[in-house]
Design a protein around this ligand. Structure first.
Ligand SMILES: [Zn+2]
Ligand SMILES: [Zn+2]
Length: 193
């Protein structure tokens, strides 16, 4: 592959906005691009490219009426832990035979503008659920212990939930009799931290 060492110069790349950067490197290795886009690919020879916060993976979601919209900003999809929970509390809240949420760090979860319809309800066992006051769809939940650390995001409210498939099942002892086990994930008889 053709490569040239260039003397110091200033370059403004034409990469997508998320990776656009302007800087003055000491040495630059230019590689001809093979992409269909006419971008200049470059590799700094003395230090790694600093990745901006915009390089994070962003997963978006919303309620049914779209009044509530949110974004998960993750370093990796591994930062989200999706699990099923067969406990009575989840079954009641979800109105199905199990709850399905993705656990993420609180600081990676944020609502977009316009949260006027956001409502919260804390039930007897301390679990708080945040939902849309217009359409009633749950967005996330958290227990007392997790309140200032994590959000359990309702998996089905994500635009592309398949990007973070389940890693495990909780409260399997309360699994509906007709619900098969999911293979290849962990199984706990109880425990929903
Ligand atoms: Zn809504
Ligand atoms: Zn549960």
């Amino acid at each position: 592959m053709l490569a040239r060492i260039l003397s110091p110069l200033r370059i403004t790349s034409t990469l997508p906005a998320s990776t656009t950067t302007t800087y003055t490197p000491r040495f630059l290795l230019l590689l001809p691009t093979t992409s269909a886009h006419h971008h200049t690919r470059f590799i700094h020879s003395t230090q790694p490219l600093r990745m901006s916060s915009e390089s994070k993976i962003q997963l978006k979601g919303s309620c049914t009426c779209k009044s509530l919209q949110y974004t998960l900003s993750l370093n990796s999809t591994e930062d989200a832990r999706t699990t099923l929970c067969h406990c009575r509390s989840c079954r009641r809240a979800f109105g199905t035979n199990y709850g399905l949420t993705a656990k993420v760090a609180l600081d990676s979860f944020s609502y977009n503008d316009g949260t006027e319809t956001l409502k919260k309800y804390t039930q007897e066992n301390g679990v708080t659920r945040e939902f849309c006051g217009e359409c009633g769809v749950f967005i996330c939940e958290y227990g007392t212990e997790a309140a200032d650390k994590f959000r359990y995001v309702m998996w089905g409210s994500l635009d592309e939930p398949e990007k973070i498939p389940p890693k495990g099942e909780f409260f399997c002892k309360e699994r509906a009799s007709w619900m098969p086990e999911i293979s290849g994930v962990f199984h706990k008889r109880e425990i929903k931290e």
